[in-house]
Design a binder for this molecule. Structure first.
Ligand SMILES: Nc1ncnc2c1ncn2[C@@H]1O[C@H](COP(=O)(O)OP(=O)(O)OP(=O)(O)O)[C@@H](O)[C@H]1O
Length: 620
């Protein structure tokens, strides 16, 4: 329950709906509790009128009507005719219709209030669900990439969907049924006690037992449902992987193995489902058994008391209805208790993420334009999860308008260096300065908005090509602007070749671009921003050298007066750079320009030689 206190701020936010909901619950139950009294009245009236009718002593006037008149200060006697047997029959029939109509009206009004209860409490719970999802999503967006490394996507998705749904069950049905039970119980008990204390106690005795039993059954059902859902998630993952990797699966002729594996897992799912069905089947019989028990007690004890003249026959009918009215709310106690337990566990999981402090935060108010001068001073960086020391004591400077190139073997720390410039990670040692100011003293989002980043593993959204290219812009891009970016990224012709051009949808339900096309759309996305710093993380690896030449010469024009960081394995990409860094195991092994590095005859010269030889081999 402690965990759920977090949600009180939302109850306060929607207090008007919440308090109106409580008011509607009160009215619903006030009307509900009067309906058994009408039945009692009808029973007792018919019984007395029948006795008098059989005795044949006309005219008569039933005592129950005289009492009713006295209690409500009415005078009905003149309008009700019991002077002859025909007249008595007609009058009793008329009264029965009136009582039936009153019963109907009471239920109608109760129904209207029930409708309003749901319109307030359930809507409140849906609003809170919406707010909570947004709160979690906002928090997710604040968390750094390191957090996403620590937690898998399935878990993140579960907390925002499955766990929030569990919490919603507490906010909606949980709260509604609890408040409903409190008022219904208070009203019903008051009415029942007025009739007969002893009978009330006997009749109510089985209900708490039912609550406890339902609680146990619900807990078992929840546990088994979770168990079944886990298997269902596993099956979904299995199917999803098989379809995503269908080409590999077919190429290695593993269809049969996969099918057998799937069958085995389906068997397990069936077993768990049937296991759940068995317990599920107990739920309603338990309720029915206990209602039956209470009804039998009502009729038996009520019958005895009726003989003794302590209660009327009408009271027995009245009590049977009370018992039925109380059954579901009492069953709900057990159900709601287990529901609250689940919601509490879910809330704990949600809070775990909500309370995670983002490692990288913005502490600066003022947004400023940057020039693009970058300086690394003895920067070292270790990935906390793996303990891999990816950068060691790295120092360099690059001025606005220059091109910095980073080369090195795979795993030498090139991408890590690129990520540090965008402040996606924070170095443990040393400092990074942009325009002479520590990177942490820049407005984080403003800084990132001035960086164009083309990551190594391109990611395109399931959206149109135009929207993918203009993704990073804060305004709606003009068509010409998007076309120019595509042209500069050397992808315009390809896009124009598609039937729907820039409106072509990419991704799962759209077309699949080739690796090189994807890279170039991603480049267009970065250059349309006209960034002050442009980072290419091995972004030309999937294009041929001719296309690479064109893109690089376009970049020269676009990036005039701005800073470019080119990460590559290819010497052809980096040879015109103003400064080239050669990384080796996270340290700078060589630094200089193309010519000076060739003169050094070190790693760079070796790479150059090797690539020249490969080029000659390919050409021959
Ligand atoms: N998110 C991460 N968590 C833990 N270790 C990482 C992470 N990213 C990279 N590493 C490790 O850090 C080291 C440097 O990786 P990095 O990606 O910077 O190399 P790279 O030079 O860009 O390699 P490549 O040329 O293959 O892209 C590698 O040993 C890698 O395994």
């Amino acid at each position: 329950m402690k965990e759920l206190a977090y949600l009180n701020k939302y109850f306060w936010k929607y207090r008007v709906k919440f308090f109106l909901g409580i008011l509607f619950i009160v009215f619903t139950n006030l009307f509900a509790v009067y309906s058994p009294r009408i039945v009692r009245f009808a029973f007792d009236l018919v019984k007395e009128a029948t006795q008098l009718y059989k005795a044949g002593s006309f005219p008569f006037y039933p005592n129950i009507l005289a009492d009713f008149e006295k209690n409500w200060g009415l005078t009905l006697k003149e309008s009700l005719d019991f002077s002859s047997s025909e007249a008595a029959l007609k009058t009793v029939g008329f009264l029965a219709v009136i009582l039936g109509a009153s019963y109907f009206v009471v239920y109608l009004v109760k129904g209207v209030f029930l409708f309003f209860t749901r319109q307030t409490i359930i809507i409140m719970s849906r609003n809170i669900e919406y707010d909570l999802k947004n709160e979690i999503f906002d928090q997710y967006q604040k968390l750094s990439p390191a957090f996403y490394k620590r937690n898998n996507t399935g878990d993140l998705m579960n907390r925002i969907s499955e766990d929030v749904s569990q919490v919603r069950m507490y906010l909606g049905p949980g709260v509604m049924y609890t408040i409903n039970l409190i008022f219904l119980f208070l009203f019903t008990i008051t009415f029942m006690l007025q009739v007969n204390v002893e009978l009330t106690l006997y009749v109510l005795a089985p209900l708490p037992i039912m609550s406890v039993l339902i609680y146990y059954v619900s807990t078992i059902i929840n546990r088994k449902t979770k168990y079944k859902q886990e298997q269902q998630s596993y099956l979904s993952t299995l199917v999803q992987e098989a379809f995503s990797g269908i080409r590999v699966l077919k190429a290695y002729t593993r269809e049969q193995v996969f099918a057998e594996n799937f069958k085995g897992e389906c068997e397990e799912y069936k077993r768990r489902s049937l296991d759940l069905v068995k317990v599920d089947a107990l739920f309603f019989p338990i309720i029915l058994l206990l209602i039956g028990l209470s009804t039998i007690i009502t009729v038996y004890i009520g019958g005895m008391k009726s003989f003794a003249g302590e209660v009327t026959l009408g009271n027995i009918a009245e009590f049977v209805i009370y018992v039925n009215m109380l059954t579901w709310p009492f069953a709900a106690v057990g159900w709601v208790t287990s529901l609250i337990q689940r919601a509490s566990a879910s809330m704990r999981r949600i809070k775990e993420f909500l309370n995670t402090e983002p490692e990288i935060v913005n502490t600066v108010e003022e947004e400023q334009e940057i020039e693009g001068n970058i300086s690394f001073k003895n920067v070292s960086f270790t990935y906390p999860e793996s303990g891999i020391n990816a950068l060691k004591n790295v120092s360099f400077e690059i001025n606005s308008g220059e091109v910095l190139a980073v080369v090195g073997r795979t795993g030498s720390g090139k991408s890590t260096l690129a990520n540090l410039i965008g402040r996606l990670f924070e170095p443990q040692e040393g400092s990074i300065e942009i325009d002479g100011l520590d990177i942490r003293s820049h407005h984080l989002f403003n800084l990132r908005s001035q960086i164009g980043y083309v990551p190594q593993d391109v990611f395109l959204f399931s959206d149109t090509i135009a929207n993918n290219i203009s993704f990073g812009l804060k305004y709606k891009a003009e068509k010409e602007e998007i076309e120019q970016a595509a042209k500069d990224a050397h992808i315009l012709e390809n896009i124009q070749g598609f039937k729907k051009g820039f409106d072509t949808i990419l991704g799962e339900r759209g077309i699949t671009l080739s690796g090189g096309q994807k890279q170039r759309v991603s480049i267009a996305r970065a250059i349309i921003k006209k960034p002050k710093i442009l980072i290419f993380d091995d972004s030309l690896s999937a294009v041929d050298t001719e296309t690479e030449e064109t893109i690089l010469s376009n970049l020269k024009r676009i990036m005039k007066g701005r800073t470019s960081v080119l990460i590559s394995h290819r010497i052809s990409t980096v040879k015109h750079a103003d400064k080239i860094i050669v990384l080796e195991n996270g340290s700078i092994a060589e630094i200089g320009n193309h010519q000076s590095l060739l003169n050094k005859n070190g790693i760079y010269a070796e790479m150059h030689q090797q690539q020249l030889l490969e080029g000659v081999k390919e050409a021959s």
